[in-house]
Design a protein around this ligand. Structure first.
Ligand code: BGC
Length: 514
């Protein structure tokens, strides 16, 4: 095979399967799981900038927004308003921890189904909300749904995909997330123009559509070979593997899955085990990757783009339109990752995207600072505001082919079976915690740190880019049950991985790397 497709890690087998229609359709449906998360991410920002919604549930914010003399940076600052957005992520955090057991014991598809179901009930609560309590209960149910889906879908996709195309398939989850965001912003754009309370009700209530899609999807999807073996259905697993790989010749991969399952059976407590030194690289990565993904500051744009654009002096309609444009750019740029992640690898995308985000963030901060000043009372002219929107698009593009998809891909592919569900639960929980924190604190931070907020995130982007450069080995094309060899070959992590975990002696390893 061409150099780009061959794994560089010594001792790692390369299966190089062809793409079969079955695996394509299965992963396409599986990726629907990202829709509910995306729809929700995209809908909240627009709804919280709709006047009838604010007037009904947050009259204080509404009054403040209307007052002409407020400091621009503080127009929307309200803890209660942000609680509306962020409560969902706390619920998702909690449910992802339960979801890990459902995913392991009952299989990946039932976690997805449960996710769709709770999300469905939550959307009904929100669409018919009469008071704040109904609104928050709805958000919490939506959050449970997101926790279950985000825990199970990335693992499902990574296990189903042929190893040499795993990155592209897993990125389908991020494509679905962004698609959900874009659809939500388009819906918001139209519903915001409706009179009275009907607009926001439609926006929130339509969340039931993606939830029905994931429920139906989960019912018709097969479970992954890895999960079937894990639950004792060895013969079915082999047939499933043959049918998704499109060949009878799956002996080697099948044996890897069986071995991995045997090994994982020795582990009774995945939660306790993940703390053992031999899982240190996975533990650190599953904590730091989601943490860093959120500290890119992306959700400042996702949740609050309409609010941010209004702060920059755009009208309410223009703000929603700009949010739509950034969403469409993010969607298109995510495909760059889909088509390159298995060719150039994860590291190249992480590093290039990081540098692009860093530069654009510094430029955005500087421009807003110069134009608004520290007091936040300056004025931004039309052409400057447009330039800021363009810079935001460059930033979003960088995220779209790096930390966006890879923030879900890498944690789902680096752990051995025995700790995979627990590791993915940690990944989701950490992601949700920091999503919550950014959502909850952004408006206050904007109010107090002003344009410095962009520099704040830029510092983190700098740190995470160094972190990836030093600590993340390349995982492209490595079969998921062979990942230990990649850690073993890493300059830092190698010391944590015992020789027996890679099934070859250290001398053999040495010999292979020469
Ligand atoms: C992140 C979200 C983000 C979304 C869209 C996802 O990968 O986890 O926090 O809102 O991408 O940008």
């Amino acid at each position: 095979m061409a150099g780009g497709f061959v794994s560089q890690t010594p001792g790692v087998r390369n299966y190089n399967y062809k793409l079969t229609p079955k695996v394509f359709v299965t992963c396409f449906i599986g990726a629907f799981g990202g829709l509910i998360f995306g729809y929700d991410l995209g809908i909240s920002g627009g709804v919280t900038s709709m006047e009838p919604f604010l007037e009904k549930f947050f009259p204080y914010v509404y009054k403040k927004m209307k007052s002409a003399h407020e400091n621009e940076y503080c127009r929307f600052d309200s803890q209660l308003l942000t609680l509306f957005t962020s409560s969902l992520y706390v619920a998702a955090l909690v449910s992802s921890l339960f979801a890990s057991t459902v995913t392991r014991v009952f299989g990946r598809k039932w976690s997805m189904f449960l996710g769709g179901f709770t999300f469905f009930i939550g959307s009904a609560f929100n669409g018919f909300a009469q008071n704040i309590a109904m609104l928050l209960i709805g958000r919490i149910l939506l959050g449970f749904g997101v926790g279950f889906a985000n825990q199970s879908v990335p693992v499902y996709l990574s296990e189903m995909a042929p190893p040499n195309l795993r990155g592209a398939f897993n990125n389908g989850f991020q494509v679905a997330i962004i698609f959900g965001i874009v659809v939500a912003t388009i819906i918001n754009y139209f519903t915001a123009q409706m009179k009275g309370n009907i607009g926001w009700r439609i926006s929130l209530g339509l969340a039931c559509v993606p939830s029905v899609m994931i429920m139906i999807g989960a019912l018709i999807l097969p479970d992954t070979p890895n999960s079937l073996i894990e639950r004792g259905y060895t013969e079915e697993a082999k047939q499933m593997l043959q049918s998704i790989r499109g060949t009878e010749e799956v002996e080697e991969e099948f044996q890897d899955l069986v071995d991995a399952s045997e090994e994982s059976k020795q582990v009774k407590h995945p939660w306790k085990n993940i703390l053992l030194p031999r899982y240190r690289p996975q533990l650190i990565m599953t904590c730091f990757i989601p943490f860093f993904q959120q500290l890119t500051g992306i959700n400042v744009i996702t949740f609050y783009a309409p609010v941010l654009f209004q702060t920059l002096g755009f009208g309410s309609k223009a703000s929603l339109l700009s949010a739509m444009v950034t969403g469409i750019i993010e969607l298109l740029c995510t495909f760059v990752s889909v088509f390159t992640v298995d060719r150039f690898g994860r590291r190249v995308l992480f590093l290039q995207g990081g540098i692009q985000m860093l530069v654009s963030q510094i430029a955005i901060g500087a421009m807003i600072g110069v134009k608004f000043g520290v007091a936040g009372t300056g004025d931004i002219g039309k052409s400057d505001a447009n330039l800021i929107v363009a810079l935001i698009c460059i930033y979003v593009a960088g995220f779209a082919w790096s930390w966006g998809p890879l923030g879900w891909l890498v944690p789902s592919e680096i752990s051995p079976l025995e700790i995979r569900s627990a590791a993915q639960a940690i990944n989701v929980a950490v992601n949700m915690f920091f999503t919550f924190l950014v959502a909850q604190l952004f408006l206050t931070m904007l109010c107090h740190m002003k344009f410095g907020l962009f520099f704040f995130f830029a510092v983190f982007v700098f740190i995470m880019t160094i972190f990836i450069y030093m600590m993340l080995p390349e995982t492209k094309n490595v079969p998921i049950e062979e990942m230990n060899r990649v850690w073993k070959a890493h300059w830092f992590w190698g010391r944590f991985i015992p020789d027996e975990a890679v099934g070859i002696s250290a001398a053999e390893m040495q010999q292979k790397s020469v």
